[in-house]
Design a protein around this ligand. Structure first.
Ligand code: PLP
Ligand code: COI
Length: 362
């Protein structure tokens, strides 16, 4: 097992219990950060070094730093949960570590040993454990990321230095208003990812290129954008920060991982638990025409989005440039809610963890 030795510098200006409670009363999503952060540097020829836990705060970087110009960066997202018995746990952190390294390989960035990735999360969460919310359904969102730090403008080779960091942010639900169906916009004008590109990697560029479509979705009166394939703008891929599932009675279908969509850990977990819930999970291809006609015929009863931040969120209506339709009756469907309860139950410890997905931190 690879472990690094971390230099620990505690924050002399850590927030008081009162200040923390004020934040935790209404954390929103991704707006407030804990008192500490993790930083580990990488240098060509030397590898990972200078691992430390330090007070949360700004970075000082040369304006020529590669990440500012060429977006050589990647990130992860997972949560720490306070379970009913009092333990603080993470959900499948090794799966995030493995995806981090698949993203790193695509972005020509160094891989971080999986154990060090998990060790860094443990150290941050243990130090900032008072920031893990006690409110039902709230959690501490963990954001590991890596940036290219070489100050150089050439593009003949990737950066020769990198910084890995982890920050943490107390989180309520991603969508305000609890579990209520979201409306989605079919993006036929823009493309998120094409074969050979970076769709499967969790790199910032994918999200930078998506904002214009998300803004269009909002202008069209929708909550979220649905991405379609690059060639025909016809085959459903995923949403801006979530994967999609389609419920045809007891058949549960999600788009196949083709390299152009993110292999969500929530998606993978749902495929794994579905059979126990009496469902038949499968990966396949869904066109927007099939989506519309199966909703209209009543064959497709529910659609939901899933992801770390979004958990399991029903989709209630669909709109595109030349079409629009409703999914189900506008209320969260029973299959969606059953899957959500099972998943959340495992994460918060009121359902058995038979797959060793729960990683106890403290
Ligand atoms: N798809 C995209 C584009 C995402 O950003 C996310 C969020 O991480 C997901 C899917 C869901 O992935 P996960 O379940 O691992 O959070
Ligand atoms: C996540 O669920 O972790 C995401 O990455 C979604 C979004 C906040 C980017």
């Amino acid at each position: 097992m690879t472990q690094l030795s971390f230099d620990v510098q505690l924050n002399p200006r850590a927030r008081s219990a009162g200040e923390r409670e004020e934040v935790l009363a209404n954390p929103g999503f991704g707006q407030f950060f804990t008192d500490h952060m993790i930083s580990i540097d990488w240098t060509e020829g030397r590898g990972w070094h200078d691992a430390r836990l330090q007070p949360y705060g700004p970075l000082v970087l040369d304006p020529a730093t590669s990440v500012f110009h060429y977006a050589q960066e990647l990130f992860e997202g997972l949560k720490a949960y306070r379970q009913s018995g009092g333990s603080i746990v993470a959900f499948r952190p090794h799966a995030n570590a493995a995806r981090f390294n698949r993203s790193a390989a695509r972005m020509a960035m160094p891989e971080l040993p999986e154990d060090v990735f998990v060790q860094s999360l443990e150290l941050l969460v243990q130090t900032d454990r008072e920031w893990v919310p006690t409110t039902d359904g709230h959690s501490l969102y963990l954001r590991p990321f890596m940036i290219a730090t070489q100050a150089a403008l050439g593009v003949n080779h990737p950066s020769r230095t990198y910084k890995y960091m982890v920050i943490a942010s107390p989180a309520a639900s991603y969508f305000s208003g609890g579990v209520k169906p979201v409306s989605v916009w079919l993006s036929t004008e823009f493309t998120r990812a094409a074969p050979g590109g970076t769709g499967f990697a969790k790199c910032g560029g994918n999200y930078a290129a998506a904002f214009v479509a998300q803004r269009q979705a909002v202008q069209e009166g929708c909550d979220q954008v649905v991405w379609l394939d690059a060639f025909e703008h016809r085959w459903v891929e995923e949403m801006g920060g979530m994967n999609l599932f389609f419920v045809f009675g007891d058949r549960l279908v999600t788009p196949t991982l083709t390299g152009t969509l993110l292999p969500g850990i929530t998606r993978d977990s749902i495929l794994s638990i579905a059979a126990e819930l009496g469902l038949r999970p499968e990966e396949g291809k869904i066109s927007i025409e099939d989506w519309q006609s199966a909703c209209e015929s009543g064959e497709l009863t529910e659609v939901f989005a899933c992801g770390t931040a979004a958990v399991v969120t029903p989709v209630g209506s669909v709109k595109g440039a030349d079409r629009g339709w409703a999914v189900g009756d506008g209320t969260p469907g029973p299959v969606t809610m059953k899957i959500r309860e099972e998943l959340v139950g495992i994460q918060y410890g009121f359902r058995p963890d038979t797959r060793d997905w729960i990683h106890k931190i403290c």
